[in-house]
Design a protein around this ligand. Structure first.
Ligand code: AMP
Ligand code: ZN
Length: 467
């Protein structure tokens, strides 16, 4: 089956075909940097990371842009509360965001453009929309007139005359022609303090939606392949991005819109406003591994809700342990002296590879992909216990697992590499054990544990893994 994605725009699965033959251009809505991101937010970034990694796995080149929203009501309000300049304040949380991305092994985008560095482009696009007659000036800002964009609602399927519920439409707060019109540029008011930029139409600051249109067009193209975000961004944010961009360029903005579902806690969306959130730091201080947290976030399909529970992370910890033990067992084959190559292994690898790709090609059905990998591990473990895996076989299995891990990013990381120092102690201990010098053997085993590793005795020797 060729690669397919569910496109929010058409509400069906579609074959994926990039505009340029081999290069995929992708934009991900990034964080508003006014606080630490919670793991609900990281689900969105893990989903786009898995998407990017799978595109790379399939042989595409990917250009990925993720914006940093560093000016809006919340960043202005909280920087003032902390007595910091907007830049000092947002730099702090941008840095924290990058550190968390790295810990979660989320690959970096090619560019992380910031809204405040694109004010010029935002002013130009606003001017273009004013010149086109699609935007208009009100008392407190420049607004986009959604009635003038005939395809408004094509992404979210919202009908203009229906009341929009659950969305903050501040009808009485602004001097707008239509309650649903949205601000491209907000004129300065005293709450903004010194967060202000000059423009042809009056000093002020950008509205939220326009930054993504500008940054996507500047760093990718006026028409590009994939745009992602959580489902809460479909309306109004992405609907408005389409309206502004297409009204300005006359071109289709994006071909494929992919949206991830929420992480829930007790049935409710994990969110800052409900206070039911966990940051990465919260979970790490409770002793959970970053690889387990990553695994938990990626292991269910991106369009399905994921209920966050501590049993869920504990189950993920067990999976990580299973991967580590598998790699350690494969490594152990090197210590066997009577290994024979098994001709079946290539076929078993090929079958697992096909099943994994079939699942992932089908709109990134990762749980089915993972099921194929677990079945593969189970079969190889049986062969390992029967001593039916040769040296070359073990190397081929490791290569295959690494290839799969180029998509998953949870297996063969630094964390699971055993340092040489620990291997040397384990070798010393093995010698002592063979000589039946149990006092030395016990002491060395304790030393290994005190350094954060576990040594298991097996029927062919020993196996090391990280605690
Ligand atoms: P924000 O910083 O609030 O704009 O959110 C950043 C990204 O996280 C957006 O793509 C949101 O849709 C996504 N997001 C926020 N909360 C959750 C959640 N509980 N589960 C999944 N994604 C979320
Ligand atoms: Zn955006």
């Amino acid at each position: 089956m060729p690669l397919q994605f569910y496109n929010t725009l058409t509400q069906k699965k579609e074959l994926f075909k990039p505009i340029e033959k081999n290069l995929v251009k992708m934009y991900n809505c990034g964080p508003t940097v006014y606080n630490y991101a919670h793991i609900g937010n990281f689900r969105a970034y893990i989903c786009s990371d898995i998407l990017k990694r799978y595109l790379l796995y399939k042989g595409f080149a990917v250009k990925q842009i993720m914006n940093i929203t560093d000016v809006d009501d919340k960043t202005i309000r909280d920087s003032q509360k902390e007595g910091l300049s907007l830049q000092e304040f947002t730099d702090k949380y941008t840095q924290a965001f990058f550190e968390d991305l790295e810990k979660l092994n989320i690959g970096r985008a090619d560019v992380f453009p910031r809204a405040t560095q694109h004010i010029h482009g935002i002013i130009n696009l606003t001017k273009k929309l004013l010149d086109n007659g699609i935007a208009y000036q009100a008392k407190d800002g420049i607004y986009f007139s959604i009635n003038k964009f005939k395809n408004y609602g094509k992404l979210s399927k919202i009908k203009l005359n229906e009341t929009i519920t659950g969305v903050r439409v501040k009808n009485d707060e602004y001097d707008k022609e239509n309650a649903q019109d949205f601000a491209l540029w907000k004129f300065w008011n005293e709450k903004d303090g010194d967060c202000v930029w000059e423009s042809h139409f009056g000093k002020g600051r950008p509205g939220w939606h326009i930054e993504c249109s500008v940054m996507a067009m500047q760093h990718l193209a006026e028409h590009f392949d994939i745009h992602t975000g959580g489902i809460d961004l479909i309306f109004p944010h992405h609907e408005n991005e389409i309206a502004q961009s297409e009204a300005a360029t006359g071109k289709k903005f994006v071909n494929y819109w992919l949206h991830n579902e929420y992480i829930l806690v007790n049935g409710k969306k994990m969110s800052k406003s409900l206070g039911n959130f966990f940051t990465l730091c919260d979970l790490l201080t409770q002793g959970y591994k970053t690889r387990a947290i990553r695994y938990l976030l990626l292991s269910s399909h991106y369009r399905q809700q994921l209920n966050f529970t501590f049993q869920g992370i504990e189950a993920a910890e067990k999976v990580i342990e299973k991967f580590d033990i598998f790699f350690a067992s494969l490594d152990e084959v090197k210590k066997r002296d009577n290994t024979v190559e098994n001709e079946e292994i290539e076929k078993i690898i090929q079958r697992a590879k096909e099943q994994f790709e079939q699942a992932m090609d089908n709109d990134l059905e990762i749980s089915q992909g993972l099921a194929a990998i677990f079945e593969f591990i189970r079969r190889i473990n049986v062969l390992l216990s029967e001593n039916k895996i040769g040296l070359k076989n073990a190397a081929a299995v490791v290569d295959f697992m690494k290839k799969i891990d180029s998509v998953l990013g949870v297996m063969h990381t630094e964390e699971s590499v055993i340092p040489r120092e620990i291997i040397m102690i384990a070798e010393e201990r093995e010698k002592a054990r063979k000589k039946k010098d149990f006092a030395v053997s016990d002491r060395l085993r304790k030393e290994i544990i005190s350094k954060g590793y576990i040594l298991d005795d097996t029927n062919t020797g020993y196996r090391l893994r990280k605690k």
